[in-house]
Ligand binder design. Structure first.
Ligand code: CP
Ligand code: NVA
Length: 305
């Protein structure tokens, strides 16, 4: 594994290896056991979109690993004025030991990996959010003690989160149901991957939320308007009517259903405040696990062993 560009590039074993290391690093962090695997290393963090969790968890994670993180706003870099990605990649590869980037186009992330010579980590694009889904899988495994054969049901927009959950969930043996309003289907790359799983009943794409949530072990949702889609918010609020994770949906899921939300949440839209608060422990474990999962990714990519 040279980069983390999207979960499609990893196999199930790579994902489980990351989760195992994340569990170990979490244990060590909680017990004051130092793990300075990245001493003297620097991570550049390029942001073209807003962030709370990604920015803070990568920076803190790098610090805890003995390294240093550099916040780089894309707007203030020359790439914001049009410096080509192939030049940016080659320059930054001379200074840094790794780059985490949050941007719009997946091609920018892939371009950095193609032209640079250091590990690249996707901190969210329009297409994928691999770091988030690694944290989600870690949290689900912590709470359920397994991943295989659990039913994960995503209710919402077929965007970066849905795409990554399809690939990540299926690769670790979960059964994945994606429920979106018509016209908001996941991206072709995720659906193409899921095709063979649909044939065996492990994957389904549906449009009826209550039917989809039936017997779910894990219900996952995300905002109806992602970053960059704000101008469509009013239309989306109409199109997503009935897609709010509420008591009715919880009632048809398994009695011990857990709820995941990558955050930030728009309570009263994709999830009721009541369901959110009743499942806040799992949701904030999920947020915390961004730190541990990403530390594992950085050790795997940037560590010497
Ligand atoms: N879930 C997530 O990626 O959060 P941020 O946008 O705050 O980084
Ligand atoms: N789908 C959301 C996820 C935010 C972490 C977005 O892209 O804005």
């Amino acid at each position: 594994m040279k980069h983390l560009l999207k979960l499609l590039d990893l196999d199930g074993k790579d994902i489980i290896d990351i989760l195992n290391l994340a569990d170990q690093l979490k244990y060590e962090q909680k017990h004051g056991i130092a793990h300075r695997h990245l001493e003297g290393k620097t991570l550049g963090m390029i942001f073209e979109k807003s962030s709370t969790r990604t920015r803070v968890s990568f920076e803190v994670g790098m610090y805890q690993l003995g390294g240093h993180a550099l916040f780089l706003s894309a707007q203030e870099l020359q790439m914001g004025r049009g410096e080509p990605i192939e030049d940016t990649a080659r320059v930054l590869s001379r200074y840094l030991d790794g780059i985490m980037i949050r941007t719009y186009k997946q091609s920018v992330v892939e371009g950095l990996a193609k032209y640079g010579s250091i590990p690249i980590i996707n901190g969210l694009t329009d297409d994928w959010h691999p770091c988030q889904v690694l944290a989600d899988l870690m949290t689900i495994r912590e709470h359920k003690n397994k991943l295989e054969d659990l039913k994960l049901c995503f209710i919402g927009d077929g965007h970066n989160m849905a795409n990554s959950l399809i690939v990540g969930g299926l690769k670790v043996g979960m059964s994945v149901t994606i429920c979106v309003p018509k016209g908001y289907e996941p991206f072709p790359a995720a659906l193409d991957f899921a095709k063979e799983y649909a044939a065996t009943g492990k994957f389904e794409l549906v449009h009826g939320p209550l039917e989809a949530a039936k017997n779910a072990d894990v219900l996952v949702t995300d905002v109806w308007s992602s970053m960059g889609q704000e101008s469509e918010a009013a239309k989306r609020q109409q199109d997503f009517a009935g897609f709010c994770v509420d008591d009715e949906m919880i009632a048809v899921a398994k009695p011990d259903v857990m709820v995941q939300h990558c955050l930030p949440a728009h309570k009263g839209e994709e999830i009721t405040a009541k369901v959110f608060e009743e499942h806040a422990a799992e949701i904030f474990d999920e947020a915390e696990n961004r730190l541990h999962a990403q530390k594992a990714v950085m050790v795997k990519l940037m560590g010497s062993n």
